[in-house]
Design a protein around this ligand. Structure first.
Ligand code: C2E
Ligand code: CA
Ligand code: CA
Ligand code: CA
Length: 278
């Protein structure tokens, strides 16, 4: 009986997940095709710890669906990758982000904007060419954009990814390794790639103020990064104590709720006016 019941629950759970995945796929296709998009971008400030001022904004996608409500990006980006929709999502993100970057430049802001690319994007040459063309269309330098990619995009058999990375770097694009510490690559390995920034994953930063293991890890990463001449961004900074620890230890840039949550463009302008970091 127990086994039987477990099976029933397990099946129901599988079915529910299957239905959700299917709904996300269908609804995402619809959202991408519709004029009145359910998709939007928010921007989270990054602060240069040597000046305590904003130096960059990370662009993060949001999706508010009529049927499903708010769908977390982690969830729908993964599904988009598996359903062959990621190229469309990234195209949308690229255009919107570059329009907003152009808007910020016109307003006189000098910060760079960081965009997330997924594994398939970095292998997709036509998509990357589209990015180059968009920047030309808006008369922006590639150096005003940072591209965040994860370690897994570059390890294993990723020669095309590395080739594209090199090509874009020679055009003036900057890359950062996202979620650093959660994968397998080492700083020594990164040294051979055209990557000059790492983002320490928030799982090591959230409890930095109290967790001695995290302190040990972060301190070690900062020391090594310094030896390898890599710039370090800490994401997930939620309190002042963590922010000060990072500053004391020579971390270059901080990002997290202590500074600001990700904000829509209009709210970001208000934040820039009023925040001590703005
Ligand atoms: P990520 O690139 O590692 O982005 C950082 C995530 O941490 C964001 O979650 C951000 O809102 C969250 N975060 C920032 N500061 C704090 C903090 O102090 N505390 C906590 N607890 N969280 C913080 P979000 O926006 O939900 O995005 C999740 C993931 O979805 C991103 O992780 C990224 O992998 C993916 N993603 C988001 N937008 C895009 C996009 O436009 N394109 C692609 N390919 N992926 C995206
Ligand atoms: Ca990121
Ligand atoms: Ca992360
Ligand atoms: Ca440093």
């Amino acid at each position: 009986i127990h086994t039987g019941q477990w099976c029933v629950h397990y099946r129901a759970d599988l079915e529910a997940r299957y239905v959700r995945r299917l709904t996300i796929t269908t609804e995402l296709k619809r959202a991408l095709a519709s004029e009145q998009s359910e998709l939007s971008m928010v921007y989270q400030p990054k602060v240069d710890l040597s000046t305590m001022k904003v130096c960059s904004m990370e662009a993060l996608i949001r999706w508010n669906n009529a049927v499903l409500g708010f769908v977390p990006p982690d969830e729908f980006i993964t599904i988009a990758e598996q359903a062959g929709l990621i190229e469309q999502v990234t195209s949308w993100v690229m255009r919107r982000t570059i329009e907003d970057l152009s808007y910020f430049r016109v307003k006189g802001y000098r910060f760079t904007v960081a965009m997330n690319l997924s594994t398939q994007d970095i292998q997709n040459k036509p998509l990357l060419n589209k990015l180059v063309n968009l920047l030309t269309e808006f008369a922006l330098y590639p150096s005003s954009l940072e591209l965040e990619i994860t370690e897994s995009d570059l390890v294993a058999d990723a020669s095309l990814a590395i080739e594209n990375l090199n090509a874009l770097t020679s055009r003036g694009f900057h890359f950062a390794i996202d979620d650093f510490g959660t994968g397998y690559s080492s700083l020594a390995y990164l040294k051979n790639l055209p990557v000059n920034t790492i983002k320490i994953d928030k799982s090591f930063i959230l409890s930095l103020a109290t967790d001695e293991n995290d302190q040990q890890i972060v301190h070690t990463v900062l020391g090594l990064a310094d030896a390898f001449n890599l710039k370090v961004v800490a994401e997930g900074v939620e309190d002042e104590v963590s922010m000060n620890i990072l500053k004391d230890w020579g971390c270059d840039i901080a990002q997290g709720y202590f500074i600001s949550r990700p904000l829509p463009r209009a709210d970001l302008e208000a934040w820039l006016e009023n925040s001590p970091f703005g």
